[in-house]
Design a protein around this ligand. Structure first.
Ligand SMILES: *Cc1c(COP(=O)(O)O)cnc(C)c1O
Length: 386
Protein backbone atom coordinates (compact mmCIF):
# COMPACT_ATOMS: atom_id res chain seq x y z
CA UNK A 1 0.00 0.00 0.00
CA UNK A 2 2.72 2.44 0.99
CA UNK A 3 4.65 1.61 -2.17
CA UNK A 4 1.55 2.22 -4.21
CA UNK A 5 1.01 5.64 -2.62
CA UNK A 6 4.64 6.75 -2.68
CA UNK A 7 4.68 8.24 -6.16
CA UNK A 8 1.55 10.25 -5.40
CA UNK A 9 2.90 11.57 -2.12
CA UNK A 10 6.11 12.54 -3.89
CA UNK A 11 4.23 14.20 -6.68
CA UNK A 12 2.05 16.04 -4.20
CA UNK A 13 5.19 17.81 -3.09
CA UNK A 14 6.09 18.58 -6.67
CA UNK A 15 2.54 19.61 -7.49
CA UNK A 16 2.15 17.14 -10.32
CA UNK A 17 -0.90 16.20 -12.28
CA UNK A 18 -1.53 12.94 -10.38
CA UNK A 19 -1.88 14.79 -7.10
CA UNK A 20 -4.26 17.24 -8.74
CA UNK A 21 -6.38 14.37 -9.97
CA UNK A 22 -6.36 12.71 -6.58
CA UNK A 23 -7.69 15.82 -4.91
CA UNK A 24 -9.87 16.99 -7.77
CA UNK A 25 -8.91 20.64 -7.30
CA UNK A 26 -5.74 22.38 -8.41
CA UNK A 27 -4.03 25.62 -9.33
CA UNK A 28 -2.12 26.01 -12.57
CA UNK A 29 1.01 28.11 -12.10
CA UNK A 30 3.02 29.44 -15.03
CA UNK A 31 6.69 29.60 -14.03
CA UNK A 32 7.42 31.10 -17.46
CA UNK A 33 5.35 34.14 -16.42
CA UNK A 34 7.44 34.48 -13.25
CA UNK A 35 10.65 34.31 -15.26
CA UNK A 36 9.26 36.84 -17.74
CA UNK A 37 8.37 39.22 -14.90
CA UNK A 38 11.86 38.83 -13.43
CA UNK A 39 13.44 39.67 -16.80
CA UNK A 40 11.21 42.72 -17.20
CA UNK A 41 12.44 44.05 -13.88
CA UNK A 42 16.08 43.05 -14.45
CA UNK A 43 16.15 44.88 -17.79
CA UNK A 44 15.08 48.13 -16.08
CA UNK A 45 17.45 47.99 -13.13
CA UNK A 46 21.05 49.21 -13.22
CA UNK A 47 23.55 46.34 -13.32
CA UNK A 48 24.83 47.01 -9.79
CA UNK A 49 21.38 46.71 -8.17
CA UNK A 50 20.70 43.15 -6.98
CA UNK A 51 17.31 41.54 -6.65
CA UNK A 52 16.15 39.80 -3.46
CA UNK A 53 12.88 38.21 -4.54
CA UNK A 54 10.32 38.42 -1.75
CA UNK A 55 8.63 35.00 -1.75
CA UNK A 56 6.57 35.38 1.40
CA UNK A 57 3.28 33.49 1.95
CA UNK A 58 4.67 30.55 0.00
CA UNK A 59 5.56 32.83 -2.91
CA UNK A 60 2.13 34.46 -2.85
CA UNK A 61 0.53 31.02 -2.96
CA UNK A 62 2.50 29.92 -6.03
CA UNK A 63 4.95 27.63 -4.16
CA UNK A 64 8.18 29.06 -2.71
CA UNK A 65 10.37 26.12 -3.81
CA UNK A 66 9.47 25.95 -7.52
CA UNK A 67 9.28 29.75 -7.84
CA UNK A 68 12.72 30.08 -6.20
CA UNK A 69 14.18 27.49 -8.56
CA UNK A 70 12.81 29.36 -11.59
CA UNK A 71 14.26 32.65 -10.34
CA UNK A 72 17.59 31.02 -9.46
CA UNK A 73 17.89 29.93 -13.09
CA UNK A 74 17.43 33.60 -14.03
CA UNK A 75 20.30 34.58 -11.74
CA UNK A 76 18.46 36.19 -8.81
CA UNK A 77 20.81 37.30 -6.00
CA UNK A 78 18.67 36.30 -3.04
CA UNK A 79 15.28 35.64 -1.53
CA UNK A 80 13.31 37.10 1.36
CA UNK A 81 10.55 35.30 3.29
CA UNK A 82 8.76 35.70 6.61
CA UNK A 83 8.24 32.00 7.33
CA UNK A 84 10.98 29.53 8.12
CA UNK A 85 8.93 26.91 6.25
CA UNK A 86 9.18 28.96 3.06
CA UNK A 87 12.94 29.25 3.57
CA UNK A 88 13.15 25.47 3.97
CA UNK A 89 11.15 24.95 0.77
CA UNK A 90 13.61 27.18 -1.08
CA UNK A 91 16.68 25.36 0.27
CA UNK A 92 15.08 21.99 -0.49
CA UNK A 93 14.92 23.03 -4.14
CA UNK A 94 18.67 23.50 -4.01
CA UNK A 95 18.70 27.28 -4.27
CA UNK A 96 21.96 28.39 -2.64
CA UNK A 97 21.25 32.13 -2.78
CA UNK A 98 21.08 34.40 0.25
CA UNK A 99 17.81 34.04 2.12
CA UNK A 100 16.71 36.90 4.33
CA UNK A 101 14.14 36.13 7.00
CA UNK A 102 11.81 39.04 7.59
CA UNK A 103 10.59 39.36 11.20
CA UNK A 104 8.59 36.25 12.03
CA UNK A 105 11.15 33.56 12.85
CA UNK A 106 12.08 33.11 16.50
CA UNK A 107 15.41 32.44 18.24
CA UNK A 108 13.98 29.04 19.30
CA UNK A 109 14.61 28.00 15.67
CA UNK A 110 18.25 29.18 15.86
CA UNK A 111 19.85 25.80 15.15
CA UNK A 112 17.71 25.26 12.08
CA UNK A 113 18.34 28.79 10.86
CA UNK A 114 22.07 28.33 11.20
CA UNK A 115 21.99 24.94 9.48
CA UNK A 116 20.11 26.46 6.54
CA UNK A 117 22.49 29.45 6.48
CA UNK A 118 19.73 32.04 6.72
CA UNK A 119 20.03 35.72 7.57
CA UNK A 120 17.75 37.05 10.30
CA UNK A 121 16.24 40.51 10.66
CA UNK A 122 17.18 42.42 13.78
CA UNK A 123 15.31 45.51 15.01
CA UNK A 124 16.84 46.08 18.46
CA UNK A 125 19.84 45.29 20.63
CA UNK A 126 17.63 43.01 22.74
CA UNK A 127 16.72 40.98 19.63
CA UNK A 128 20.38 40.85 18.64
CA UNK A 129 21.33 39.39 22.03
CA UNK A 130 18.53 36.82 21.84
CA UNK A 131 19.72 35.67 18.40
CA UNK A 132 23.37 35.57 19.51
CA UNK A 133 22.41 33.34 22.44
CA UNK A 134 20.68 30.93 20.04
CA UNK A 135 23.37 30.61 17.37
CA UNK A 136 27.13 30.21 17.05
CA UNK A 137 27.36 32.64 14.16
CA UNK A 138 24.55 35.13 13.55
CA UNK A 139 23.99 36.56 10.07
CA UNK A 140 21.82 39.66 10.24
CA UNK A 141 20.15 42.33 8.19
CA UNK A 142 19.44 45.38 10.35
CA UNK A 143 15.80 46.31 9.87
CA UNK A 144 14.87 49.98 10.04
CA UNK A 145 11.38 51.45 10.47
CA UNK A 146 11.21 54.68 8.50
CA UNK A 147 7.66 55.50 9.60
CA UNK A 148 5.54 52.37 9.03
CA UNK A 149 5.16 51.73 12.80
CA UNK A 150 5.95 48.06 12.24
CA UNK A 151 9.10 46.01 12.93
CA UNK A 152 12.47 47.76 12.61
CA UNK A 153 14.66 50.08 14.65
CA UNK A 154 13.52 53.70 14.64
CA UNK A 155 15.78 56.02 12.62
CA UNK A 156 17.24 57.25 15.91
CA UNK A 157 18.09 53.73 17.17
CA UNK A 158 19.37 52.36 13.86
CA UNK A 159 22.91 53.73 14.13
CA UNK A 160 23.61 52.42 17.65
CA UNK A 161 22.14 49.02 16.68
CA UNK A 162 24.38 48.83 13.61
CA UNK A 163 27.40 49.78 15.71
CA UNK A 164 26.50 47.16 18.36
CA UNK A 165 26.11 44.43 15.73
CA UNK A 166 29.41 45.31 14.09
CA UNK A 167 31.24 45.16 17.41
CA UNK A 168 30.58 41.41 17.78
CA UNK A 169 32.87 38.95 16.04
CA UNK A 170 30.12 36.30 16.02
CA UNK A 171 27.73 38.61 14.13
CA UNK A 172 27.94 39.15 10.40
CA UNK A 173 26.00 42.16 9.14
CA UNK A 174 24.87 41.30 5.60
CA UNK A 175 22.80 44.42 5.08
CA UNK A 176 20.32 47.02 6.24
CA UNK A 177 16.79 47.37 4.93
CA UNK A 178 13.41 49.03 5.34
CA UNK A 179 9.92 48.68 3.93
CA UNK A 180 8.15 51.84 2.95
CA UNK A 181 4.93 52.69 4.76
CA UNK A 182 1.77 51.27 3.26
CA UNK A 183 -0.59 52.61 5.92
CA UNK A 184 -3.93 53.87 4.62
CA UNK A 185 -2.89 57.30 5.89
CA UNK A 186 0.38 57.31 3.89
CA UNK A 187 0.79 60.12 1.38
CA UNK A 188 2.99 60.01 -1.70
CA UNK A 189 5.15 62.79 -0.19
CA UNK A 190 5.98 60.36 2.66
CA UNK A 191 8.14 58.32 0.29
CA UNK A 192 10.65 61.16 -0.08
CA UNK A 193 10.71 61.75 3.68
CA UNK A 194 11.35 58.06 4.35
CA UNK A 195 14.07 57.93 1.72
CA UNK A 196 15.68 60.96 3.36
CA UNK A 197 15.66 59.15 6.75
CA UNK A 198 17.28 56.09 5.19
CA UNK A 199 19.98 58.15 3.54
CA UNK A 200 20.74 59.93 6.81
CA UNK A 201 21.20 56.57 8.57
CA UNK A 202 23.53 55.38 5.81
CA UNK A 203 25.49 58.65 5.79
CA UNK A 204 26.17 58.31 9.51
CA UNK A 205 27.23 54.72 9.02
CA UNK A 206 29.67 55.84 6.29
CA UNK A 207 31.21 58.26 8.76
CA UNK A 208 31.55 55.53 11.41
CA UNK A 209 32.86 53.18 8.73
CA UNK A 210 30.22 50.48 9.29
CA UNK A 211 27.86 50.94 6.33
CA UNK A 212 26.73 47.45 5.29
CA UNK A 213 27.38 46.38 1.72
CA UNK A 214 23.67 45.99 1.00
CA UNK A 215 21.09 48.72 1.65
CA UNK A 216 17.58 47.99 0.41
CA UNK A 217 14.12 49.56 0.67
CA UNK A 218 12.09 49.07 -2.54
CA UNK A 219 9.28 46.56 -2.89
CA UNK A 220 7.02 46.42 -5.98
CA UNK A 221 5.56 49.89 -5.53
CA UNK A 222 8.94 51.45 -4.77
CA UNK A 223 10.89 49.80 -7.56
CA UNK A 224 8.32 50.84 -10.17
CA UNK A 225 7.78 54.37 -8.87
CA UNK A 226 11.04 55.57 -7.30
CA UNK A 227 14.13 54.51 -9.31
CA UNK A 228 16.21 56.87 -7.15
CA UNK A 229 15.57 54.55 -4.17
CA UNK A 230 17.15 51.44 -5.75
CA UNK A 231 20.29 51.64 -3.60
CA UNK A 232 22.18 48.30 -3.61
CA UNK A 233 19.25 45.90 -3.77
CA UNK A 234 15.46 45.75 -4.09
CA UNK A 235 13.01 43.23 -2.61
CA UNK A 236 9.77 43.24 -4.59
CA UNK A 237 7.43 40.25 -4.34
CA UNK A 238 4.02 40.80 -5.90
CA UNK A 239 5.72 41.93 -9.10
CA UNK A 240 6.99 38.40 -9.81
CA UNK A 241 3.53 36.84 -9.77
CA UNK A 242 2.22 39.62 -11.97
CA UNK A 243 0.87 42.37 -9.80
CA UNK A 244 1.88 45.88 -10.70
CA UNK A 245 0.86 47.70 -7.53
CA UNK A 246 2.22 51.03 -8.58
CA UNK A 247 -0.34 53.76 -9.16
CA UNK A 248 1.97 55.99 -11.17
CA UNK A 249 4.75 53.79 -12.47
CA UNK A 250 7.86 55.54 -13.66
CA UNK A 251 9.26 52.22 -14.81
CA UNK A 252 6.81 50.57 -17.16
CA UNK A 253 6.69 46.80 -17.06
CA UNK A 254 4.46 44.39 -18.92
CA UNK A 255 3.77 41.67 -16.40
CA UNK A 256 2.17 38.26 -16.84
CA UNK A 257 -0.08 36.56 -14.29
CA UNK A 258 1.55 33.48 -12.72
CA UNK A 259 -1.76 31.99 -11.61
CA UNK A 260 -3.40 30.70 -14.77
CA UNK A 261 -6.34 28.72 -13.40
CA UNK A 262 -8.19 27.74 -10.25
CA UNK A 263 -9.85 24.44 -11.13
CA UNK A 264 -12.10 21.99 -9.39
CA UNK A 265 -14.42 19.18 -10.47
CA UNK A 266 -18.06 18.17 -10.35
CA UNK A 267 -18.32 15.58 -7.55
CA UNK A 268 -22.11 15.02 -7.69
CA UNK A 269 -25.04 15.84 -9.94
CA UNK A 270 -28.69 15.72 -8.93
CA UNK A 271 -32.17 16.52 -10.13
CA UNK A 272 -34.06 18.61 -7.57
CA UNK A 273 -37.29 16.61 -7.25
CA UNK A 274 -40.24 16.91 -4.88
CA UNK A 275 -39.10 14.03 -2.65
CA UNK A 276 -36.39 16.35 -1.25
CA UNK A 277 -39.13 18.51 0.25
CA UNK A 278 -39.71 22.18 -0.35
CA UNK A 279 -36.95 23.98 -2.25
CA UNK A 280 -34.91 26.19 0.10
CA UNK A 281 -35.81 29.83 -0.10
CA UNK A 282 -32.35 30.87 -1.30
CA UNK A 283 -31.27 32.72 -4.44
CA UNK A 284 -30.98 30.41 -7.45
CA UNK A 285 -32.70 27.29 -6.01
CA UNK A 286 -35.62 26.09 -8.17
CA UNK A 287 -37.67 22.93 -8.16
CA UNK A 288 -36.86 20.65 -11.09
CA UNK A 289 -33.43 22.19 -11.61
CA UNK A 290 -30.22 20.27 -12.29
CA UNK A 291 -27.84 20.95 -9.42
CA UNK A 292 -24.15 20.08 -9.20
CA UNK A 293 -21.79 19.83 -6.25
CA UNK A 294 -18.18 21.02 -6.64
CA UNK A 295 -15.27 19.57 -4.68
CA UNK A 296 -14.08 22.93 -3.36
CA UNK A 297 -15.41 24.93 -0.43
CA UNK A 298 -14.49 27.82 1.79
CA UNK A 299 -11.92 25.62 3.49
CA UNK A 300 -10.18 25.43 0.11
CA UNK A 301 -9.98 29.17 -0.47
CA UNK A 302 -13.44 30.09 -1.72
CA UNK A 303 -14.78 33.12 0.13
CA UNK A 304 -16.59 32.25 3.38
CA UNK A 305 -19.61 34.06 1.94
CA UNK A 306 -19.84 33.30 -1.77
CA UNK A 307 -21.85 36.21 -3.22
CA UNK A 308 -24.96 35.24 -5.23
CA UNK A 309 -24.17 35.56 -8.93
CA UNK A 310 -20.62 34.19 -8.65
CA UNK A 311 -19.91 32.25 -11.83
CA UNK A 312 -17.70 29.33 -12.85
CA UNK A 313 -17.07 27.69 -16.21
CA UNK A 314 -18.37 24.21 -16.85
CA UNK A 315 -18.77 22.56 -20.23
CA UNK A 316 -17.42 25.76 -21.79
CA UNK A 317 -20.25 27.94 -20.49
CA UNK A 318 -20.89 30.12 -17.44
CA UNK A 319 -22.85 28.62 -14.58
CA UNK A 320 -23.83 30.19 -11.26
CA UNK A 321 -22.61 29.02 -7.88
CA UNK A 322 -25.40 28.63 -5.35
CA UNK A 323 -24.41 30.02 -1.94
CA UNK A 324 -23.84 29.12 0.81
CA UNK A 325 -20.43 27.52 0.39
CA UNK A 326 -19.56 24.68 2.76
CA UNK A 327 -16.16 23.75 4.14
CA UNK A 328 -15.41 21.32 1.30
CA UNK A 329 -18.26 21.78 -1.19
CA UNK A 330 -20.30 24.37 -3.00
CA UNK A 331 -23.39 23.87 -5.20
CA UNK A 332 -23.69 25.01 -8.81
CA UNK A 333 -26.71 25.58 -11.02
CA UNK A 334 -26.22 23.28 -14.02
CA UNK A 335 -29.16 24.61 -16.07
CA UNK A 336 -26.67 25.96 -18.64
CA UNK A 337 -24.66 22.75 -18.65
CA UNK A 338 -27.21 19.93 -18.83
CA UNK A 339 -24.59 17.38 -19.91
CA UNK A 340 -22.32 17.94 -16.87
CA UNK A 341 -21.30 14.71 -15.13
CA UNK A 342 -19.24 13.46 -12.21
CA UNK A 343 -15.58 14.35 -12.79
CA UNK A 344 -16.12 17.22 -15.19
CA UNK A 345 -13.62 20.03 -14.84
CA UNK A 346 -14.87 23.36 -13.50
CA UNK A 347 -12.89 26.58 -13.87
CA UNK A 348 -13.24 29.26 -11.20
CA UNK A 349 -10.44 31.38 -12.66
CA UNK A 350 -9.04 31.09 -16.15
CA UNK A 351 -10.16 29.95 -19.55
CA UNK A 352 -12.42 27.13 -20.71
CA UNK A 353 -13.20 27.06 -24.42
CA UNK A 354 -14.16 30.57 -25.48
CA UNK A 355 -15.07 31.72 -21.98
CA UNK A 356 -12.67 33.29 -19.52
CA UNK A 357 -12.92 34.44 -15.92
CA UNK A 358 -10.19 37.00 -15.24
CA UNK A 359 -8.28 37.80 -12.06
CA UNK A 360 -10.01 41.17 -11.93
CA UNK A 361 -13.43 39.54 -12.24
CA UNK A 362 -13.02 37.10 -9.35
CA UNK A 363 -11.28 39.73 -7.24
CA UNK A 364 -14.32 42.00 -7.68
CA UNK A 365 -16.86 39.24 -7.08
CA UNK A 366 -15.00 37.79 -4.07
CA UNK A 367 -14.71 41.26 -2.58
CA UNK A 368 -10.91 41.43 -2.58
CA UNK A 369 -8.13 42.52 -4.93
CA UNK A 370 -5.75 40.52 -7.09
CA UNK A 371 -3.14 40.32 -4.28
CA UNK A 372 -5.93 38.99 -2.08
CA UNK A 373 -6.63 36.22 -4.61
CA UNK A 374 -2.96 35.14 -4.54
CA UNK A 375 -2.68 35.40 -0.76
CA UNK A 376 -5.85 33.31 -0.43
CA UNK A 377 -4.45 30.37 -2.40
CA UNK A 378 -4.27 27.37 -0.08
CA UNK A 379 -1.16 25.27 0.43
CA UNK A 380 -3.10 21.97 0.50
CA UNK A 381 -4.41 22.45 -3.03
CA UNK A 382 -1.95 20.89 -5.50
CA UNK A 383 -0.18 23.19 -7.93
CA UNK A 384 0.50 22.17 -11.50
CA UNK A 385 3.49 23.98 -12.97
CA UNK A 386 3.53 24.80 -16.66
C1 LIG B 1 5.87 42.15 1.49
C2 LIG B 1 7.18 42.78 1.62
C3 LIG B 1 7.91 43.10 0.47
C4 LIG B 1 7.39 42.88 -0.93
O1 LIG B 1 6.25 43.66 -1.13
P1 LIG B 1 5.48 43.62 -2.54
O2 LIG B 1 4.49 44.71 -2.42
O3 LIG B 1 4.85 42.29 -2.63
O4 LIG B 1 6.49 43.83 -3.58
C5 LIG B 1 9.17 43.65 0.64
N1 LIG B 1 9.69 43.87 1.87
C6 LIG B 1 9.00 43.58 3.00
C7 LIG B 1 9.62 43.84 4.33
C8 LIG B 1 7.73 43.02 2.93
O5 LIG B 1 7.04 42.74 4.05
Amino acid sequence: MTALLAPFIESYDLGCAEAALLRGSWYEIDLGAIRHNYRELRSLLPQNVSIYACLKRNAYGCGAGPVARALAVEGVAGFAVASLLDAMAIRRMGAGQHILLYPGALPAAGLMIEALDLTVSVSSVDELERWRAAMTKTRVFIKVDLGFFRAGASPQDAGPLLAAANAYSDVQVDGIYAHMSELPTSKSSDAGIQFHRMRAILAEAEVRGDRPVVAMMSSTEGVLTYPEMDMDAVDPGALFVGLPESHAPVRRVVLQQALKTICTTVVAVKHVDASLGPVPDLPGFRSGMKLGVLGMGWGDGLPRQVPPGTEALVGGTRARLLPPAHLEHVRIDLSNAPDARLGDKVVLLGRQGDEVITHEEIAAVWGTDVVGIYAGLRDHIPRIYT
